[in-house]
Ligand binder design. Structure first.
Ligand SMILES: [Zn+2]
Length: 502
């Protein structure tokens, strides 16, 4: 009897931590006070990354600063994981659950723009720039992870908080490599973070699958007038493949997307090209359908080679699964979105937003004042290589409100505000929602359990397969020449600050 009672006590003792550790309002308020206290260094960090404006695989200054900031804040930081020098993996704590923030800090080609200028005015003509606002991701991720760390320390919460900054998101490159290298094997859940014009989360398939590839035809050159019958025209093959794909379009799922550019079409008309190449991008609402379409492209390429007596080779340069969000995690995030609310925009910021929308010929609706309810975000047609992570680990998805509504990303207008007070206020909201949601995942095993079951069901219904060839290596030279060309001029705008979290 005594043994039974002792066992029962032991059992209750085991249960207590599980049920007694749900992140309390007090703990979240504490985390938010850390975020508020760090609003200035967080903004400074985001602004510093804006002026580095480094393209994918060349995020050297950006990751160096992130490493310094995170190390000074007590994190262990590894650069170069999975064979990519600008891949950053930061961790605090050794315990479980291990919750990772997954995001990116790369810029876009030719995005250089003077902040707060409504007309096109690059800081450095032709240089890259943050015309998507990925610079804000670094600030939000660091401040949120630090707030979680401080809260874990104060309230003795077990677990680990991780930041994974994958290189070259804009080219959809790094995450399949990071997944393949096993970095997420010992991670229990992730939250994927992205800038947006609203405070929102989502579940289910949130965006599109994509496969990026090059098809290269090899033929035989000859003079275009003297002995064209001796040639095997690689450009002909390239064009026939294009026509073949055009005829394929009727037989595809209505959800498909195919786009391409010719990257090599020969030298001049009287030299019959022995080399031609097209860069193809195939997308669909899920990866099995995208892969099915891609396999049809391979056959069309072979057919074009047969017709012209040339040979064809293809190379998959990048591939990303759609993001898969867990409803259990989305519900937890939504509670925090509702609690934190939207930033308190000033009348000046609202006026600025409306003027900006007017000058960009968008509806003059100003800044959003209400958060987005759960389920209010449809599957988007864009793609992001972090999708692969969400098929390896249960994932939550969140956007924070730091963009002026209607301003389209991937064009220079979107580089006007990523260092503005609008962005800074949105970052505070983002870091609060993110830190509270990570604390929920660490302290509410029932949420993690539901997410795990949901994840197992979803990945059983649609099992993950890597699209990246087994021998693929990360393209480390990508964007190097462009960065080397512009960096000396861009350096003149660096802030030369050393933001520190405290
Ligand atoms: Zn992005």
């Amino acid at each position: 009897m005594r043994i039974l009672a002792r066992l029962a006590l032991l059992f209750v003792g085991l249960l207590l931590p599980l049920t007694g550790w749900a992140a309390t309002d007090e703990q979240k308020q504490f985390a938010w006070s850390v975020v508020d206290r760090n609003a200035a260094p967080m903004a400074k960090l985001g602004d510093s990354l804006f002026y580095f404006a480094e393209l994918g695989m060349q995020e050297f200054e950006s990751t160096k600063m992130m490493k310094e900031v995170l190390e000074a804040a007590g994190f262990t930081v590894e650069l170069g994981a999975a064979g990519m020098p600008t891949n950053l993996w930061a961790r605090w704590g050794n315990g479980r659950p291990a919750i990772a923030i997954v995001t990116e800090i790369d810029a876009l080609p030719e995005g250089s723009q003077t902040p707060m200028e409504f007309s096109r005015k690059p800081l450095v003509a032709g240089a890259p720039g943050h015309m998507e606002g990925h610079n804000t991701h670094g600030g939000v991720a660091a401040a949120a992870a630090f707030a979680v760390k401080e809260t874990m320390t104060r309230y003795n919460i077990p677990g680990s908080v991780i930041i994974s900054l994958g290189p070259a998101e804009e080219q959809l490159i790094s995450r399949p490599y990071i997944v393949r290298a096993g970095y997420f094997k010992n991670v229990d859940a992730i939250i994927y973070l992205h800038i947006g014009d609203d405070s929102a989360t989502a579940y289910g398939l949130a965006n599109y699958a994509s496969i990026s590839s090059s098809f290269t035809f090899h033929g035989k050159t000859a003079h275009g007038a003297v002995d064209p019958w001796d040639a095997k025209d690689a450009l002909d093959a390239n064009q026939l493949m294009d026509v073949g794909v055009a005829y394929l379009r009727q037989q595809l799922h209505p959800t498909y997307r195919i786009h391409r550019v010719i990257t090599n079409g020969g030298i001049q008309p009287n030299v019959i090209p022995d080399l031609a190449q097209t860069w193809w991008w195939v997308r669909d609402a899920n990866m099995p359908d995208a892969r099915e379409t891609f396999e049809k492209l391979i056959n069309i390429g072979k057919g074009a080679a047969l017709m012209t007596g040339t040979s064809v080779e293809y190379q998959v340069t990048a591939a990303g699964w759609p993001q898969l969000g867990m409803k259990a995690i989305a519900e937890a995030i939504q509670v925090n979105i509702d609690k934190v609310g939207m930033p308190q925009w000033s009348e000046e910021e609202q006026r600025f937003a409306r003027d900006f929308q007017k000058s960009a010929e968008r509806p003059q609706v100003g800044l959003r004042s209400a958060v987005t309810p759960l389920g209010g975000r449809p599957q988007s047609y864009s793609s992001n290589d972090n999708g692969d992570v969400s098929w390896a680990v249960p994932a939550g998805l969140m956007k924070f409100p730091a963009i002026v509504p209607g301003i389209a990303i991937h064009e220079w207008h979107a580089a006007v505000t990523p260092t503005s007070s609008i962005a800074h206020k949105g970052m505070v909201v983002g870091a609060k929602v993110l830190s509270a949601s990570i604390l929920d995942l660490m302290t509410r095993p029932e949420v993690m359990q539901r997410a795990k079951i949901e994840f197992e069901q979803a990945t059983k219904a649609m099992p993950y397969f890597p699209v990246l060839p087994a021998d693929a290596k990360p393209p480390l030279d990508m964007n190097r020449a462009v960065m080397e060309r512009y960096r000396p001029e861009m350096r003149k705008f660096y802030l030369n600050e050393r933001p520190r979290l405290f």
